[in-house]
Design a protein. Structure first.
Ligand code: GDP
Ligand code: MN
Length: 380
């Protein structure tokens, strides 16, 4: 789950990392009021889940409240790399003497958190890594050992920060960021730029924050931040049902088990000349409850004209899935035809179960391609 800048900064603040005072605004009028409350020069910043907002005209300084209102007018509605701006963050403008970069991310290869720090901040870190690799200090933290003060010192000295005041402030921000990262179950916490003001004060001017979806149950306060308005309402519904679902724009609803098979099912529908309405992975759950949830999500989409059920029995047994389908059909009213292809463990038995019950509007096909063709034909 990616957090907006203002949400990431809220978490930074909780862990003691210095950020500027700011307010969220969804209209130019609110932006003006925010600027009035803050006083003085402010910066108006597009809140979208993508980087490079500055270059795209999504970050603008404003001298007074009227100017802030005008800048918000310019920014709200702006399309930044496919993300339409719906809210802006208005914060007290900072004077910038230097722009540094600090991040901690999870390095899957090393199975350890990885710090990256450079005094060449403000630009994309990939640029620094490519053009000036020596300027980028990389350092792993042993999760079992936990954070040690030398980690911060090595980053700060390694990057050549010479000012003692900066050294102390950055070292404590490194430690706070590590705590923030671990305690939020984050996958990435990035501060770019981490600025030094002309007075020598160090603070986070931006935030990029990704929390591990699998750990959200431990952080109801963070989970609540999820912006369901930005996502597809159907996807939000699917998430509530605990189903892995991606909305597509076709008419053949898809239920598969396993991400790979589900993706192949999407492809085979296209090969058969149809258009998939969604991607849905049943996961391990082939029982009635799992099938009901999956069918509820798929049939929620009014565009769906037929459903293709594609299951390969491995650990999940096909007969169990077949019973799940029958139970689900008993529990809910489904008006569109369902095509089923079952293969693998207990497939024979499963086909017999479905043939014996012979529910109306249910078709059993022997292969994936046959099933896809049938589903496409029924959706036409
Ligand atoms: P990004 O482009 O999406 O990474 O957005 P940032 O929040 O990093 O802002 C982009 C750039 O705008 C920063 O690198 C700064 O140079 C500039 N900027 C942002 N906030 C301020 C501010 O308070 N004062 C000044 N002078 N510049 C700012
Ligand atoms: Mn930035």
């Amino acid at each position: 789950m990616d957090l907006y800048e203002y949400q990431g900064k809220e978490l930074f603040k909780r862990f003691g990392i210095p950020v500027s005072d700011g307010r969220l605004a969804t209209t130019p009028d609110e932006a003006r009021k925010a600027a009035e409350e803050i006083g003085g020069q402010v910066v108006v910043k597009a809140q979208v889940l993508t980087g490079g907002r500055g270059k795209a005209g999504g970050v603008k300084l404003a001298d007074d409240p009227a100017d802030a209102e005008q800048k918000a007018k310019d920014i709200i509605g702006l399309d930044i790399r496919g993300h339409v701006v719906e809210k802006v963050w208005v914060e007290r403008a900072s004077e910038i003497a230097k722009e540094y970069y600090l991040s901690v991310t999870f390095d899957r290869g090393a199975k350890k958190p990885l710090f990256m720090f450079t005094t060449r901040g403000g630009v994309e870190i990939e640029e620094v890594a490519a053009s000036n690799p020596d300027a980028l200090v990389r350092l792993h933290v042993d999760a079992l050992e936990g954070f040690q003060p030398w980690v911060a010192r090595r980053l700060v000295y390694g990057a050549g920060v010479e000012d003692p005041g900066e050294q102390t402030q950055i070292a404590s921000i490194v430690e706070q960021l590590y705590r923030c990262f671990v305690e939020s179950d984050a996958m990435l916490c990035e501060i770019n730029p981490l600025i030094v003001t002309p007075e020598g004060e160090v603070k986070a001017l931006d935030s990029k924050f990704t929390v591990d979806d699998s750990a959200l149950f431990r952080h109801p306060d963070i989970a609540e931040l999820r912006d369901t308005s930005a996502a597809d309402p159907l996807e939000a519904f699917a998430r509530e049902q605990g189903v892995i679902y991606v909305k597509l724009d076709g008419t053949v609803g898809i239920v598969g088990n396993g991400a790979g098979l589900s993706m192949s099912t999407v492809d085979v529908v296209v090969v058969a000349g149809g258009r998939p309405a969604n991607f849905l992975d049943l996961g391990g759950g082939g029982n009635a409850e799992g099938v009901v949830k999956a069918l509820e999500v798929v049939t929620h989409d009014p565009q769906v004209k037929s459903i293709l059920f594609n299951v390969f029995g491995g650990i999940t047994r096909c007969d169990e899935v077949a019973r799940g389908i029958l139970e689900a059909l008993g529990q809910m009213q489904i008006s569109v035809p369902i095509v089923v292809r079952l293969d693998g463990t207990n497939a024979e038995e499963a086909r017999k179960i479905l043939a014996d019950a012979a529910p109306p509007n249910l078709y059993v096909e022997p292969t994936m391609l046959d099933a896809a063709r049938k589903a496409v034909e029924l959706a036409a």
